[in-house]
Design a protein around this ligand. Sequence first.
Ligand code: R5P
Length: 289
Amino acid sequence: MLIVSCSHGNHLGHSIAKRLNASHSQLTVNKFPDDEILIKFNSNLKNQVVVLVQSFYKDISDCLIEVILASATAKEFGAKKIILVAPYFPYLRQDKRFHSGESVSQGIIAGLIDKYFDSVYVMDPHLHRKNSLNQIFKIKSTKLTANDLIADYIQKNIKNPILIGPDSESYKWARNVAEKIGAESRILTKKRYSSYHVEVRLNKKVDLRNRNVVIVDDIVSTGHTIIEASKLLRRLGAKNIYCICVHGIFVEDALRKFAKNKIKVISTNTIPNKAAKIDVSGMIADTLS
Ligand code: R5P
């Protein structure tokens, strides 16, 4: 097995290879002046099972083109099998046509991966209207979850927590983690008006006075969901507010907004960032072995 770190997979690729005692190689990625991407392998690929590690953040379209170029090239060089490890896989939230004329991006992007890869591994995919990755990808797909690692982090670092899921889909993380550590949990209801405007409500009363409240979600992007949830939780008396997410995309000034609102934020390292304190490389290596 040859682990190849793509431009947005280097933070995990080395560690995955080390844990598997497998060879590691870095994909060289260059851009021409007009922004076209050129990739270059630096290892012999003949008869190898090639694992491309790529997380999709910041320039996600470039990340996508890069893995397509890499997979097609690996095939040309005689790779036996090509696997994509996508600690964070994008485009899963657009799983239906919300407004007339829109693309249903989830299926289209998954279709590209089907075409170029033999199998795909995704950490905590955002599955809302679909129950499993098998309903999205035609190739063999494996879902990994960081829930055990998040549960372990909370147990070691936060006393007597109550876990909050900020919207109806988040029970898969918040309630599941709460059950693992025997903590109380509540799921809020969210209404999204736009990327920057959400409202959250609590359905069942809860007294949060002097409690350590931990909001658990899969993705934090602009941070608006968490900020709105935190305002509500503070009104209910929360003493300390933590936010733990799997994928810390943290666009714009999300981390600064969290600091301003005294929210302590922790994420896994599916996407490298300042809050990434939970390492998923061991879990990925175990699944690949
Ligand atoms: C969506 O349902 C996800 O689980 C997150 O709650 C959402 O993507 C967070 O987005 P933002 O941080 O921009 O509010």
